[in-house]
Ligand binder design. Structure first.
Ligand code: URA
Length: 287
């Protein structure tokens, strides 16, 4: 039933999109929200921080998807929902979500890497806010991600969640994706050919989401994106540019699990990122 509703909703959105309707606004207006940092990066001892609704809206547009929560909803029938034709950079949730949903289905049937296509349980497309200002990009799904279809749900993923929350954000306010959409058997590193096959997918994800910031988690993501051989130690601490996205490279959470002393560098990178966004974070007492 839920699948059927999803399908109907997607078809509805596609037909809006094809007829030039690319977004909706709810005249009732967005509600005010506050967010509380739920936890910190392990060993980073600091007081919880609250973000006011303005700061939150700087980071992630509030979800307007409720405007299309009913599959039978037509903008012409509901006076509170007005169709808006999009202009540059004004795409919002329904349109971007629909585009990502279409791409996700394409990725799910990909067989460009025959080895991965036969060994994977499923592809792991990525998850989060289609309007996110920040994208986190990892390497490739591991066993638990392959099992669940969600990126970063294992131990490294739990640490990533803490990092995001230490930045006073939640996973649902950012978008999390991987360089590869399939699990390499035995968690080996992705081959250059596999990255080449997946590049159009992550490029299209970024083209749809249009984030302002992208955090490369680890060398595979950073090197794939920035076409460099440099180590994270050389790449971190400054912004790089990729298609007008400000790219920050930092250590992968799995590396941090093995080398906890590198957490302080990641925290410095996150402070640098959030300062540029306009939200300074409290200095860590115990990085
Ligand atoms: N490591 C990654 O790079 N991605 C995941 O999704 C999980 C672990």
């Amino acid at each position: 039933m839920a699948n059927r509703l999803q399908r109907m909703l997607r078809q509805q959105l596609q037909s809006f999109s094809m007829s030039g309707v690319t977004s909706f606004v709810n005249q009732a207006g967005a509600s005010s929200t506050t967010f509380e940092a739920a936890s910190t990066i392990d060993s980073m001892d600091r007081a919880p921080t609250r973000l006011d609704s303005k700061e939150v809206s700087e980071l992630a547009t509030p979800s307007e998807v409720s405007a299309v929560s009913s599959p039978s909803l037509k903008s012409s029938e509901d006076p509170s929902i007005q169709p808006v034709t999009s202009t540059k950079n004004s795409l919002n949730m329904p349109d971007k979500s629909a585009q990502l949903a279409v791409l996700k289905e394409k990725v799910a049937t990909c067989t460009l890497c025959p080895d991965l296509a036969v060994t994977r349980t499923q592809t792991v497309f990525g998850t989060g806010d289609a309007n996110a200002k920040i994208v986190f990009m990892g390497e490739a799904p591991g066993a638990q991600e392959d099992e669940t279809g969600e990126p970063f749900v294992g131990r490294a993923g739990q640490l990533l969640t803490k990092i995001i929350e230490a930045c006073t954000l939640s996973r649902s306010q950012v978008f999390i994706l991987n360089t590869l959409k399939c699990r390499p058997p035995g968690n080996r590193n992705p081959t250059p050919e596999e990255v080449t096959h997946c590049r159009p997918y992550f490029d299209e994800q970024l083209a749809i989401i249009q984030p302002q910031y992208l955090v490369c988690l680890g060398a595979i993501a950073a090197r794939s994106l920035l076409a460099t051989d440099l180590a994270i130690g050389k790449l971190r601490g400054k912004f790089h540019n990729y298609n007008d996205i400000k790219v920050l490279a930092t250590y992968h959470p799995a590396y941090l699990l093995r080398n906890p002393s590198a957490k302080k560098e990641v925290w410095l990178d996150m402070q640098f990122l959030m300062k540029d966004i306009g939200i300074p974070l409290p200095a860590s007492k115990n990085p």
